[in-house]
Design a binder for this molecule. Structure first.
Ligand code: HEC
Length: 235
């Protein structure tokens, strides 16, 4: 047992903060730590092991730096290499478009001619398109607008503001380009679906909304004769 003077020990304790309090020491002595020296060593090891994860983390982040900060420039990054544009790459030529984004057909991509909404579809509407439209509508629109477009979807029943029914006169008379435009840009509290619904699918949805509107306002005379019997009320 190497016991130094009490005064020196307590000073070292205070300066290094590396030894345990007397009470702790008593507790630890139950585990067989008997000398000051052993106390200090064990306490020091304890502290080092607590800091170890931090040290490893610091060392690991140090390794990453070289790979992370490459001396090469990224395209379009600001740089003094080209004096005319202060970018790391040459200026883009006029009218450059990103690959796959040459949206020349403005009707297909905006639903407008100039500033006027179009009232005709930019491609022919087949049964397949309508089925696609129904599928997309049921996924993206029915939670609020309801499966039949009446504006009573489940989210509305749970408190979201109710949209108007698609069967009101104003929306029945609205040009198809209007539905495309609302899906693209959103409307009031309804947010844009441009990220989730691609342009051709927006048209398919618009076509299906037209079908829904028709279904609520058609007369029996408009149904093909061979199918009327299935709709007529049984006597
Ligand atoms: C999260 C709920 C929600 C979803 C999902 C949603 N809408 Fe809406 N929609 C609304 C609300 C609410 C309004 C009314 C907004 C207002 O008046 O502020 C609205 C308005 C509209 C309007 C305009 C109605 C008018 O008064 O002129 C159209 C068209 C429309 N939605 C179509 C769609 C289509 C198509 C989809 C699917 C791609 C869709 N909505 C998805 C909630 C939703």
């Amino acid at each position: 047992m190497s016991r130094k003077s009490e005064g020196r020990r307590s000073k070292a304790e205070w300066v290094a903060g590396c030894t345990l309090h007397v009470a702790d020491r008593k507790r630890f002595s139950n585990f067989g730590f008997v000398s000051d020296f052993e106390f200090r060593i064990s306490n020091f090891c304890c502290r080092v092991s607590m800091c170890l994860p931090l040290l490893i983390l610091l060392a690991a982040s140090g390794c990453r730096r070289d790979m992370f900060h490459q001396p090469s420039s990224k395209p379009l990054e600001s740089s003094d290499f080209f004096q005319d544009n202060h970018m790391a790459s040459r200026s883009l030529l006029q009218h450059t478009v990103a690959r796959g984004h040459l949206d020349e057909n403005t009707v297909l991509y905006t639903g407008k001619i100039g500033t006027n909404l179009v009232d005709a579809f930019p491609f022919s509407i087949t049964r397949t398109v309508l089925e696609r439209g129904r599928e997309r509508f049921d996924i993206y629109c029915s939670p609020c607008h309801g499966r039949t477009g009446e504006g009573n979807g489940m989210i509305v029943q749970r408190g979201f503001p109710a949209p108007p029914s698609f069967h009101i006169d104003r929306l029945r008379k609205a040009p198809v380009g209007y539905f495309f435009d609302v899906i693209t840009h959103g409307y009031g509290v309804m947010y844009s679906y441009a990220e989730r619904v691609q342009p051709t699918d927006r048209w398919a949805i618009a076509a299906y909304i037209r079908a829904l509107q028709r279904s609520e306002n058609a007369t029996l005379a408009e149904v093909p004769p061979e199918q009327r019997t299935t709709l007529e009320p049984k006597k």
